[in-house]
Design a protein around this ligand. Structure first.
Ligand SMILES: [Zn+2]
Length: 136
């Protein structure tokens, strides 16, 4: 989970609101922050998904806010881990990830037994969002 800033300080991972086109608040986006120089970096594994979301909003988005932790599983897991402890600890994140994956696999069993293809592919998409963290 640790990352060092260009300035040499250790960055900390947290959930922040990213404002897009001055109109849309994207809440609970995983972002690394540097206490030394104030630099913010969107968590590498989710950059592409934030980009996709912004792409869907288009050039003239309707003002409002989007709870990213409900759109993206990894943000959801981090938000769960933050609920369980005051700061984001690797162990709490690992526990929350494991629980969420177990839950999604349970759902996948139900979706399979119902032969609900649309639901199954949605669950596969959510599971892949959780593995994106390792890609970074
Ligand atoms: Zn820095």
């Amino acid at each position: 989970m640790l990352k060092h800033c260009l300035c040499g300080e250790e960055m900390s991972l947290g959930l922040r609101t990213v404002i897009f086109a001055r109109k849309v608040n994207i809440n609970n986006v995983p972002v690394y922050n540097c206490p030394g120089c104030g630099r913010n970096d969107v968590f590498p594994g989710i950059k592409e998904d934030v980009g996709k979301l912004v792409g869907q909003l288009g050039a003239k988005p309707t003002p409002g806010s989007i709870p990213f932790d409900q759109v993206h599983e990894w943000a959801g897991v981090l938000s769960q881990a933050l609920n369980d402890s005051d700061s984001l600890q690797a162990t709490a994140i690992a526990k929350a990830t494991e629980e969420r994956i177990d839950r999604l696999l349970d759902l996948l069993l139900i979706a399979s037994s119902l032969e609900d293809e649309a639901w199954k592919s949605e669950i596969h998409m959510r599971l892949s969002q959780l593995s994106a963290q390792y890609v970074s």
